[in-house]
Ligand binder design. Structure first.
Ligand code: RM4
Ligand code: MN
Ligand code: MN
Length: 428
């Protein structure tokens, strides 16, 4: 819906400044044995992060929700929004669906429609944290006291079956992965036995794992609290690793950046999981207190840079092929604007991580020289790499200045006219 000619037209007045800034930066980056700026641009241009289908509408809190207007009314309109996002930023080439918030009646048709817009289907997400006619059926079972961890075998069975349904749907859409985030836990000490709950979840995940088709992967996603406020079954990366190991070889851990207790060293978690070959993917967002789901890189950009540093180290000079997704909730901003800014922050962190002189860093580490190690990290982190990200976008036919382009195009107003002011998208 956003055509490339319009983007090129909007880029036109910016090109000469951009070219000059890029040339200056490239000369600086490449100096003295630094990385080849062309290689950095190539890596950025090749990077893709999936957009969440559940965050294309306005996010709510328990204190209210203020719809932005023109929110997608169905999955097909979510695909339109992600295609628009892709046209602007280049890097969001797939959408991650959340079932039953998304439960397309004609998956093959949807797949074809999405492909026509250049959008593929990333990991599927199952939802057993809410009761819903299509997951808990005739109301005989309820997830109120848990899904895979529930004491009631029929409820556990319903939760397993929902996950199998999501896998089968994903196959028809061309997805190749399932993300399992569970709300299972307790609110009150003594409410349930920690070990019994964990063992039931492990067993359920094993059953789901055994249903995965060839070439599929499965991710366990941990989170310390919310909605369970006393204990959560998959509460931290250690539990997540145990569950992935129990589930089977196709299972690995997904790290949502907002799913850690305050001050956790997330980059170290990333390093550990990569070390044991069980790092599966990411949900990008940022936070100050809990699972705030704020714009990626808006609060702790240095942490994001360090995480990308671990990824580049794990991938031997490039980030490894994992499931990279954004998972946010947009309470105040236009969701698409927030996703534009998040994608930019991800590209910047990746670019900066690629600028780190890893050999020199290793030498400083082995030489017990923390001051030099800091200099090396700061040299990369303090570099304004925005021209590199902009160039990567331009090579993908996207916008040099995506937020300004989005506003100039008037995408939101057009959607309000088309979809209505009061529409409410399914999702968070
Ligand atoms: C959870 C978690 C999951 C997401 C749901 C909606 O906090 O981040 O990944 O699917 O929210
Ligand atoms: Mn998440
Ligand atoms: Mn979350």
């Amino acid at each position: 819906m956003i055509d490339q000619d319009r983007i090129a037209e909007l880029n036109q007045p910016l090109v000469s400044d951009h070219d000059r800034e890029l040339a200056e930066l490239s000369a600086r980056v490449g100096r003295g044995g630094g990385p080849d700026p062309e290689a950095v641009i190539g890596a950025l241009a090749g990077f893709s992060v999936a957009a969440p289908s559940w965050a294309l509408g306005t996010g709510g809190t328990r204190f209210g929700r203020f719809p932005v207007g023109g929110e997608p009314r169905a999955t097909v309109e979510k695909i339109d929004d992600v295609a628009a996002l892709r046209a602007l930023v280049g890097a969001t080439r797939s959408i991650s669906l959340h079932v039953p918030w998304d439960d397309p009646a004609d998956p093959e048709g949807l797949r074809e429609y999405a492909a026509g817009q250049g959008i593929g289907f990333d990991a599927m997400n199952s939802n057993t944290f809410q009761d819903n006619p299509s997951t808990t059926g005739d109301g005989k079972v309820s997830y109120k006291f848990g899904s895979l961890a529930n004491a009631d075998p029929a409820t556990r069975q319903a939760a397993v079956e929902h996950n199998l349904y999501v896998i089968d749907l994903g196959v028809r859409l061309g997805s190749r992965a399932l993300t399992v985030w569970l709300a299972d836990g307790t609110n009150h000490p003594g409410q349930a036995d920690f070990r019994a709950q964990f063992e039931r979840v492990a067993e359920g995940l094993r059953g789901i794992h055994d249903h995965l088709p060839e070439g599929w992967r499965m991710f366990t996603e941990h989170k310390p609290f919310e909605p369970a406020f006393y204990s959560t079954v998959n509460q931290d990366w250690g539990s997540s690793l145990l569950l992935a190991q129990a589930a089977g070889p196709k299972a690995s851990c997904l790290v949502d950046l907002g799913h850690h207790l305050p001050n956790a060293n997330i980059e170290q978690v990333v390093s550990r999981l990569a070390m044991v070959g069980r790092l599966g993917g990411f949900h990008f967002n940022d936070s100050k207190y809990g699972d705030d789901d704020l714009t990626t890189g808006s609060i702790t950009p240095f942490q994001l840079f360090l995480i990308f540093g671990e990824l580049v180290a794990a991938g031997g000079g490039r980030v490894p092929e994992l499931a990279y997704m954004i998972d946010q909730s947009h309470n105040l901003k236009d969701p698409i604007e927030d996703l534009i800014q998040s994608t930019e922050a991800i590209l910047l962190a990746y670019a900066q991580a690629l600028l780190v002189d890893r050999e020199a860093l290793r030498a400083a580490q082995d030489g017990n020289d923390p001051a030099l190690a800091q200099e090396l990290l700061q040299a990369a982190f303090r570099t304004d790499v925005r021209p590199l990200a902009a160039e990567a976008r331009r090579r993908n036919g996207a916008a040099l200045a995506p937020l300004a382009a989005y506003r100039a195009i008037g995408y939101r107003d057009a959607r309000i006219a088309e979809r209505g002011r009061g529409t409410v998208a399914t999702g968070l």
